[in-house]
Design a protein around this ligand. Structure first.
Ligand code: F6R
Length: 628
């Protein structure tokens, strides 16, 4: 999704904005641009393609002003091109916009009937027209933006500057995230904290309908009706190394290898190592492993009490993409561990299917970014119906985190690669913690019977390390794997959502057709797909469905399928049946999905990388999907 950066301050705005946009690259984009004050005018430079193209154009440009705005555009209205790139400028008014203006057609028509002309296909350019129109009558940028806002429908966050009000900037949030960084005599406005962190760790998270009015190094906050508001400046404690590649070829590979640590960070606040029990509050915990980890503030975790949990009769999980597959694993875990019925839904379906939410339901939203539009809309919908919402989220103070009633934090650190990896495994571990706690308050587990579950979780990070040493396995296999016509990923039980997650990873990174299927469904259709050109990735868990899964594998093999199996131990049978067999450590059924997904991430990563794809920023995709 589009990225926004605005800067006022003593540093060179060109470098600050360009570097800020670089930190937002992970969001996905296809063109970029800046408008920076130079003398009494804003000089606007834009380029199609990656930021390097913009940087080339800017190399010899100098600016003497202290203020500027920049943008990375992820095309919605109109193809990626320089003319559609932001900022859009009308008579000295420059704007950047993230979101979608739903009534743009009618506003554009209205403006055209008044003689306005448009030089782009975007829904954003009209914002510059509307502000310019008001500027002509009032000469006041703030007033002009406030007036313009009233005309727009949809989701939009906007930054505006004008040559007629130099050294002023107005930022407005309605939907996509906007954060104000408050430094020493400098102010940064950006879509994401990463663009602000190099300058200050003091930030204000804007809520919807809030406006920031910047005049030189001073700022004021207003609500949509123009009333002055006060908000606290928060201090962020992310370390800068969390957002660097640290020698890995891609962020995604770095994040794959960070997963054991991500799981440890997710579970540590909730596990008492001495008693081998979980508690969804801050608990005292010791042990060397924990102390090696960066200090994480877990003060305000779950605010749902045991009493509330006890009364829960039904759970809905709502999420999108990889987070949705994590939710599906959660469905198996919670139902089997706590015996409470669970329904897991895709955000975009849930919000429009008029869901029935019975009394005593808990809704769990899962979102790495905390900004996914469909998940956020689902949260708002169920809250209107009176349900309590527990958010499992990585980005603290994101919209979903702020609006939920209870919070479980992934504590995975910044996830920059567009394809989610460490957030997925952190979520799976938190869902287990939640399921165990729920089972205890419901009397399904007690302090003795919870122990095997807790022990499995505690040893999970070191078991994950053992899987990650097989990195070379898929690196070597990638050149033959990339020649297949398609991939069918299959598993049974709790391995089924992992099969779907594996297929999603391959689709989005390698741009190859891949499907995740319940292995037991094979005879109901997908078997027809299988021949010598089809790779079949079979997840063979050592559980009660083992024999049935092996039979499915044999059926696929008999039709010529090229078998890649993930099992455990020196399984000679699987080795004989498979072209590639990878053994993961024997593990408790609840943590096995975490171990299974690691090879699938590596498979997708190496196939995509050997095809020369941009693994961190797959084509057409964005990290934070802030529009539906
Ligand atoms: C796939 C992927 C996406 C996200 C989805 C939801 O690798 O990353 O499918 O999982 O867009 O994002 P969040 O978790 O931020 O709500």
């Amino acid at each position: 999704m589009c990225g926004i950066v605005g800067y006022y301050g003593p540093k060179d705005p060109k470098s600050v904005i360009l570097e800020g946009l670089q930190t937002l690259e992970y969001r996905g984009y296809d063109s970029a641009g800046v408008a920076i004050l130079n003398g009494s005018e804003y000089k606007r430079i834009r380029a199609e393609g990656k930021l390097a193209a913009l940087a080339d154009k800017l190399a010899d440009e100098t600016f003497d002003g202290a203020i500027g705005i920049g943008h990375t555009r992820w095309a919605t209205h109109g193809p990626p091109s320089e003319r559609n790139a932001h900022p859009h400028c009308i008579e000295g008014v420059n704007i950047v916009h993230n979101g979608i203006i739903e009534n743009y057609a009618e506003l554009r028509e209205e403006l055209m009937s008044e003689g306005a002309t448009f030089s782009s296909d975007t829904d954003s350019e009209l914002v510059a027209h509307l502000i310019n129109k008001s500027m002509k009558s009032t000469g006041n940028l703030m007033e002009a933006v406030m007036k313009m806002m009233k005309r727009l429908e949809g989701a939009y966050s906007i930054l505006a500057v004008s040559a007629d009000a130099p050294e002023e900037m107005v930022a407005f949030k309605n939907g996509p995230p906007l954060i104000l960084g408050v430094g020493e005599k400098e102010l940064v406005v950006a879509s994401d904290i990463q663009a602000i962190m190099p300058h200050t760790n003091k930030v204000i998270f804007l809520e919807d309908d809030e406006v920031v009015y910047i005049r030189k190094d001073r700022y004021e906050l207003f609500n949509r009706s123009g009333g002055l508001i006060k908000k606290e400046v928060e201090v962020i404690d992310w370390s800068p190394e969390q957002v660097e590649k640290q020698g890995f070829k891609h962020y995604m590979l770095k994040e794959i290898f960070e997963q054991p640590r991500a799981v440890a960070q997710a579970i540590d606040p909730h596990i008492n190592l001495e008693t081998k029990s979980v508690a969804l509050t801050r608990v005292g915990f010791g042990g060397a492993r924990v102390e090696e980890l960066p200090k994480i503030d877990v003060q305000e975790d779950l605010q749902l009490t045991n009493e509330t949990l006890e009364g829960i009769e039904r759970i809905f999980i709502v999420a999108c993409g990889t987070s949705y597959y994590a939710g599906q694993v959660g469905e198996y875990l919670i139902e089997q561990i706590a015996r409470v019925p669970v329904e897991c839904d895709i955000g975009s379906e849930f919000r429009y299917r008029y869901p029935v939410i019975p009394e005593n339901s808990l809704v769990i939203t899962i979102s790495q970014s905390g900004e996914t539009a469909d998940t956020l809309a689902a949260l708002r919908l169920v809250k209107q119906q009176g349900a309590k919402v527990l958010s499992i989220c990585n980005v603290r103070r994101s919209s979903i985190d702020r609006e939920a009633d209870g919070h479980l934090y992934m504590n995975a650190g910044a996830e920059i690669g567009v394809a989610s990896t460490k957030a997925f495994v952190s979520t799976l571990s938190l869902l287990q913690i939640f399921a165990i706690q729920l089972a205890k308050v419901k009397g399904v587990l007690n302090q003795d019977t919870e122990k095997p579950f807790v022990e499995a979780l505690v040893s999970l990070p070191s078991q994950m390390e053992k899987v990650l040493v097989h990195d070379k396995f898929f690196e070597e296999a990638a050149s033959s794997l990339k020649t297949y016509r398609g991939f069918l990923y299959m598993g049974r039980g709790v391995s089924f959502p992992i099969a779907m997650e594996g297929a999603l990873k391959l689709k989005e990174l390698a741009y190859m057709h891949a499907e995740g299927y319940a292995a037991g469904e094979m005879k109901h259709g997908p078997l027809a797909l299988i021949d010598e050109s089809m790779a079949v990735v079979m997840l063979v868990a050592n559980d009660e469905l083992y024999d049935k899964t092996v039979s499915n594998l044999e059926e696929a093999k008999a039709r010529g399928g090229q078998i890649i199996s993930i099992g455990s131990g020196e399984n000679q049978k699987l080795q004989n049946l498979s072209l590639h067999y990878l053994s993961i450590p024997e593990a408790h059924w609840t943590v096995n999905p975490v171990l299974q997904v690691l090879p699938l991430q590596l498979l997708a990563y190496h196939v995509a990388s050997s095809l020369g794809h941009d693994v961190d920023q797959p084509r057409n995709l964005a990290k934070s999907v802030t529009v539906e």
